[in-house]
Ligand binder design. Structure first.
Ligand code: ATP
Ligand code: MG
Ligand code: FE
Length: 334
């Protein structure tokens, strides 16, 4: 089964060809980060224009690299949410056009399901499995009960973890997206500052990151006002230590309540080296940890093709009325 997959939910235009939900024949990713950096975040209108400019080229390149033609394809898949509506529409239009022109079944994919199923490209998911989804817009603990069945156990009450990294990074003068630099600084600095670790004491699986983010920002403002010197690397180390405490504690709690063999870590923040180390240390002997490689953690279409294969097997197809859903939830959430 050969699937041509499109991803354009945010600031990466990506097109992939994936075989049997496992083998990545091509995964072209055109990032727009440079265009958004001077604004300190993604500007939706700028993002959709870039997608329009890139998508045809990316899809030609993907087909070429995979060495396939339209007759070889089994289906076309596309992210239809969650994400920026104008950006999603560009991928949808491209996928629907190819689906119609070449009479190929169309598969609509939830972006977060894609992030989770990136795991299937490097391992084989065994059910039930636990997933910690940590990205620019989401922080969730998800229990996978069967292929394509997602039970949301915990969610963020406010900011997503990647968003907190980007906002703290901006205050420290780091270019968007700041996660990677903060991660590097965290390794070089000392955990000298105390910030609140929200909701650790509460007996639930939800997250909150706005408190810690505000505490860091207030501390930096105060230091600036009184002319105190701030060690940015120490701030990064302290912030990251607190964030990891929250993520690791809640994940452990989830696994205690819902024991699984595997823990999948998904989304852009899964690239975080501190998170990888701490989960390995604290859970490595209890569960099999699946960390997708860095190029499959950030937004990419290969992960969309990986999940589309599950829907293909379940004959779960969309038609040409498929529309963008900016705040799409997990469809099979129990
Ligand atoms: P969503 O998937 O929720 O729709 P998104 O697609 O914008 O949001 P991703 O592309 O999955 O998010 O992830 C981007 C985020 O990952 C950014 O916030 C970025 O700062 C963060 N990030 C990337 N590398 C690291 C790292 N090493 N440590 C921490 N955060 C990181
Ligand atoms: Mg992105
Ligand atoms: Fe994403």
């Amino acid at each position: 089964v050969l699937i041509l997959a499109f991803e354009s939910s945010c600031d990466e235009t990506s097109v992939a060809v994936v075989k049997n939900g496992k083998e990545v024949l091509a995964n072209i990713i055109a990032t727009q980060i440079k265009s958004h950096q001077r604004f300190g975040g993604v500007v939706p209108e700028v993002a959709s224009r870039h997608h329009v400019e890139q998508i045809v080229h990316c899809s030609q390149l993907a087909m070429e690299q995979a060495g396939v033609s339209y007759q070889d394809l089994s289906a076309v898949a596309v992210t239809y949410g969650p994400g920026l509506v104008g950006s999603l529409l560009v991928g949808l239009m491209a996928a629907k056009t190819i689906s119609w022109a070449h009479s190929l079944p169309l598969i609509g994919v939830n972006h977060l399901a894609g992030h989770i199923y990136a795991a299937n490209l490097v391992a084989t998911i065994e059910y039930p499995a636990m997933a910690l989804v940590v990205s620019g817009g989401h922080t969730e603990l998800v229990h996978l009960t069967a292929p394509g069945h997602f039970e949301i156990l915990g969610d963020t009450r406010d900011d997503a973890v990647g968003e907190a990294y980007d906002k703290v990074g901006r205050m420290l003068g780091v270019n968007y997206p700041a996660g990677k630099t903060i991660d590097q600084w965290a390794h070089e600095g000392q955990d000298n500052y105390q910030f609140p670790r929200a909701m650790l004491e509460e007996d639930n699986l939800d997250f909150s990151f706005s408190g810690i983010k505000s505490a860091v920002i207030n501390m930096l403002h105060h230091a600036e006002q009184v002319g105190d010197a701030v060690n940015k690397k120490d701030v990064a180390a302290s912030f990251q230590a607190d964030v990891l405490d929250i993520l690791v504690t809640k994940t452990k709690r989830a696994l205690k309540k819902y024991p699984t063999q595997q823990l999948i870590v998904a989304g852009g923040v899964a690239a975080n080296s501190g998170l990888r180390e701490r989960l390995q240390q604290e859970l490595g002997d209890r569960v099999t940890l699946i960390f997708p490689p860095l190029r499959l953690c950030g937004d990419n279409a290969a992960m969309i093709g990986a999940f589309a294969y599950i829907k293909y097997q379940q004959h779960d197809f969309a038609d040409l009325t498929l529309n963008a859903d900016p705040s799409l939830d997990f469809e099979y959430a129990e």
